[in-house]
Design a protein around this ligand. Sequence first.
Ligand code: SF4
Length: 333
Amino acid sequence: MKNFTYTRADSVEGAISLLSQNANSKFLGGGTNLVDLMREEVEQPDALIDVTGIASAGITENADGGISIGAAVRNTAVANHPLVRERYPVLSQAILFGASGQIRNMATVGGNLMQRTRCYYFYDEASRCNKRTPGAGCDAIGGFNRMHAILGTSESCIAAHPSDMCVALAALEAVVHVEGPEGARAIPFEAFHRLPGHTPHQETDLRPDELITSVQLPAMRFAKHSRYRKVRDRASYAFALVSVAAALEIADGKIQNVRLALGGVAHKPWRAHAAEEILQGGEARMETFASAAEAELSSARGYGHNDFKIELAKRTIAGVLSEMAKAGGSPWV
Ligand code: SF4
């Protein structure tokens, strides 16, 4: 591993100022992904600025009934917070389905948003990877691609986004607050992560000199009827083959409100707009759920080993929605 300097920041302004002093520096949260990448020499910063000590507002209730989550809050604290469990159970469940207890105790909200794909070729210096070396090619296309994306892919990259938490945040229409030398700004969650296109190395809308300060969850009354389903190769400590984050409100047999997002299928958490359009106002029954899933996956493309994800995603969407309809809204059944 290359040598680097380590500094702890005690304020947002201080962190941004420290970053500006070295063009090849990075913010450090829990380090649960960045340190691995440094060990593999995929990331080689000269300086790390630890932002976990910045005084954070923690998790607070906003005037409109939404909540604000400080970027340095640990994943475990978010998953266990009473407001999150009561109003946004899908977020709590998504976090608890991710990684291991030890990793969740270390990982921060801001770091989770910035974690990078677990594409094997990305971590392997001997492989061609456009994300690691722009223009080099992509060994996953035509290679072993069982974990890779089926939606929104490009000729340059078919990597999948690894986060569970971010899938829930996409469904909940979170807003990411960031701060940099030019001031503060708010980025809608759907615009925060990017599809690969021809520039898979540019993964987010965050500028290199900006720091994530908080994630805001808007008030969404029906999100208390929400849940997360993760399909993976083993029962714990595995990334999603396919995951579904859903919030659903049903009255008189009709779908009054719905939010749906998918994980494990795209370069970013995938908000399922095509499915939502069919579901909204429709009859709450299996035929509607299956049609919605079919519509969402109509543009999907498999690359050989991951072809099975297309059918798996359809069945998982329909299954989760059907279970939610039968459970009468309880997220914890
Ligand atoms: Fe690299 Fe993306 Fe190809 Fe993986 S899928 S090898 S991350 S370019």
